[in-house]
Design a protein around this ligand. Structure first.
Ligand SMILES: [Zn+2]
Length: 507
């Protein structure tokens, strides 16, 4: 049964151009969204930008721009990059959008007020301008925020507080029952946070210290900061709590938020508690990814090892990058970006194994007659294809995407070995045709298995193979049928197309 899916990524903070961490997250979400569509689920996929806050305000000032000018300049950098990465999102939400985003935010705040979930207090605390939030003494290392190497400022001011501390029991039950953290090893980290005790959370700041944000309803001297504004993007993009709500994408959908491990606690704890008080159902799943290092070290400007996504895309086809991230980094784990490993993978897996196999099979087939003739030949590979589909679906359905892509590549590896041992180029006539046609059939399956990961390449493969459905493969309504997943199931496939080099040599 098709199940409606709503999948979102974190919204990006556009005070600087996008980095590889953004790319890792979008590719992970995109592969998931594409898999949902391929298995027949209706999908809504949202990405966007988190545009308010002090960092934007101060960056803009430094550059002699208004905050609005800064975000209007930087947001297209994100949109352009995601277009190049072929992220198949349906909506792009901007939190500075007063028409789309603000009405839901304001209504949500009012509901929290009405539910008694907000309280105004005079607060004095340690504020890290890097984190853009109050930090507690136990967050600090040698008196400094370890993430920003900054000494936090002592700040005393009036804030609206969201009463989170009293939600521990409810959250523990929710996380055990209906709000699932994937992969599961990330769940324990979150539960231990609850065990350590939750604190109420500052939800607004005086206008004097933060002016770039959504004004607090009925309290013009206060501006919302971070949570009620940013987290709410997930429902404002659907118009929830307004008169144009597309509620079916929330109430009747499986809701998956794809986020980094650094913001897991906010999504696991603050967000569902907000929704509860607003009388909106809680999401189903948090899909949490790790961080990306560069050549084994934390990416940082001072180490000079920052990898710019645009640099990778200027050297390689987009699918090489999508392949690298999907193949090398088990979902949820930290991963490493290494140029050397990138080249190895490109040459070994994409060029020599995948590209070469396709090319050899097609060239040999064309030399005969280009006609497909599988005969009744049973091969080891046909059994392997069945097994691969089962393992693949299981892996993909549980977000073990790295296992999914490996199923496809293992098939490629075995087909290469079989090509060497059967040596079809030494054969003649009917036998030769049948053996080669069977290799083409393996490649047909491989191209479908790879479709969520490297869509353009998968389609190119299918075009070269001459598959009747090749032209529709990149459409959002393309669904894998049982026939497509069956050995020899595409009966109207009669001839193969023109071979062409799939991945050019690196220069
Ligand atoms: Zn900090």
């Amino acid at each position: 049964m098709p199940q409606r899916q709503y999948i979102t990524t974190a919204i990006d903070y556009p005070n600087a151009p996008p980095h590889m961490g953004h790319v890792l997250e979008k590719v992970l979400a995109d592969v998931s969204a594409r898999w949902f569509r391929l298995r027949g689920d209706p999908v809504r996929f949202q990405i966007g930008t988190d545009e308010h806050g002090i960092k934007i305000q101060t960056t803009a000032k430094k550059e002699n721009l208004t905050p609005k000018e800064l975000v209007d300049r930087n947001v297209p950098l994100f949109r352009d990059l995601y277009a190049k990465l072929q992220i198949s999102s349906d909506t792009f939400i901007r939190t500075s959008d007063q028409q789309v985003h603000w009405p839901t935010v304001i209504e949500l705040w009012k509901r929290l007020m009405k539910a008694g979930a907000l309280e105004k207090r005079t607060y004095s605390g340690l504020y890290c301008s890097g984190c853009e939030r109050f930090v507690t003494a136990k967050d600090l290392v040698d008196g400094k925020c370890p993430d920003h190497n900054l000494v936090p400022q002592e700040v005393k001011e009036e804030n609206w507080f969201f009463l989170l501390a009293r939600e521990s029991d409810w959250l523990t039950k929710l996380l055990a029952k209906s709000y699932h953290i994937v992969p599961s090893f990330r769940a324990q980290e979150t539960l231990s946070l609850i065990e350590q005790g939750l604190e109420d959370v500052s939800f607004s700041r005086p206008k004097s210290s933060l002016s770039w944000g959504v004004p607090v309803p009925d309290d013009p001297n206060q501006v919302m900061y971070v949570w009620c504004d940013a987290l709410t993007n997930y429902i404002s993009g659907l118009g929830l709590l307004t008169d144009h709500a597309e509620g079916e994408w929330w109430d009747d959908a499986e809701v998956t938020h794809v986020i980094g491990k650094d913001i897991a606690r906010f999504h696991a704890l603050i967000w569902p508690a907000m929704l509860k008080h607003a009388k909106v159902r809680t999401p189903d799943r948090l899909l949490i990814h790790g961080f990306l290092t560069s050549e084994g070290q934390k990416m940082s400007k001072s180490l000079g090892n920052v990898v710019a996504p645009e640099e990778v895309l200027s050297k390689y086809h987009v699918d090489a990058l999508r392949f690298y991230l999907s193949h090398e980094i088990p979902v949820g784990n930290d991963g490493d970006f290494s140029w050397k490993r990138f080249d190895e993978l490109y040459n070994a897996k994409l060029r020599n194994q995948l590209g070469n196999l396709l090319n050899r099979v097609l060239v040999l087939l064309k030399r005969e007659s280009a006609e497909m003739n599988r005969g009744n030949m049973k091969t080891e590979l046909s059994k392997e294809v069945d097994v691969a589909w089962k393992g693949y679906a299981e892996a993909m359905n549980t977000f073990a995407l790295h296992t999914g892509i490996q199923q496809a590549m293992t098939l490629v590896e075995h087909a290469n070995v079989a090509m060497q041992t059967t040596a079809p180029w030494t054969m003649k006539g009917e036998e030769k045709m049948q053996v080669l046609s069977n290799f083409a059939e393996v490649l047909r399956h491989v191209s479908l298995l790879l479709l969520p990961f490297i869509p353009e390449t998968a389609q190119k493969m299918s075009v070269q193979l001459g598959l009747p459905y090749a032209d529709q493969m990149l459409a959002k309504d393309f669904v894998l049928t049982d026939a497509m997943k069956t050995w020899g199931g595409v009966t109207d496939w009669k001839t193969v197309g023109e071979p062409a080099i799939l991945f050019p040599p690196l220069t």
